[in-house]
Design a protein around this ligand. Sequence first.
Ligand code: SF4
Length: 323
Amino acid sequence: MSSNSLLELQGLQKHYPVGGGLFTPLVGVVRAVDGVSFAIGEGETLGLVGESGCGKSTLGRLVLRLEHPTAGHALFRGRDIFRLQGLELKGFRRQVQMIFQDPQSSLDPRMTVGDSVGEALLIHGMQVGKERGERVEELFLKVGLEREHIHRYPHEFSGGQKQRVGIARALATSPRLLVADEPVSALDLSIQAQILNLMKDLQEDLGLSYLFIAHDLGVIRYVANRVAVMYLGKIVELSRKEEVFSFPLHPYTEALLSAALPPRAGRRRWPRILLGGEVPSPMNPPGGCPFHPRCHRAFAPCPTVVPQATEVDGRLVVCHLWG
Ligand code: SF4
């Protein structure tokens, strides 16, 4: 583990058997996460990007230890999170929290939002009585809400305000790492910017690290320090943000950029690339390079030879063009 890594994933896999129940034969395996390795440093934001169904959210759930892996390790401050028990596990749960796409899902409509945030403290046995109330108030102010909001119910809030409450709840236990799964994709554009700015301010203020999961490259470009591009359960490119956006190495990254960020005057011109077809089933991925049926740069070895991870100027890419 590098000295300042907060989290390090080593060959993490999550495969789901299909069938294989009491009355059904095993018909296959869905390789949702298929050998993912990367690290997140203290105070860093790693953007995880890819089309829906590529395994991003499953990876997020593994990092939160809401799922158990089929193979591989996830080290948080050097300890394998899947081996933690008792007090160590409780400590881990405090230090790694989640920001949801739909904040409503973490808020009980029958509870005031103040009680919902206080509940997070209660669950983790942190602060009681007056102290808990003071901590809730402090959290509300930190996320840009006001004292009087504490006694209101979720239906009285806009989407952006609800996400602020969701962030306050996630911050209640003073975490070090936040897994944010599409935290702004359900919000209007103008509100998205406010929530992203809030997350950046909180990061600076509290020294937080983020695993920021999104399909929107514009959002990733705004928040991330490094970018991991995921396709069919694997990381196909991992680079510093500036490098990804100025010179993508992997043809899939190139295609995502071409679709999301049309060239502007004075900037490098992207070739116009149409990313055809659907993401293939992770139960039956294509042979060779799994991206080859959709790749605009595919050549002779691609349908039959599996590309290996290669380091190019400190960047990681999985493609025969660089192997
Ligand atoms: Fe495209 Fe071949 Fe590279 Fe796969 S290995 S991304 S098919 S060029």
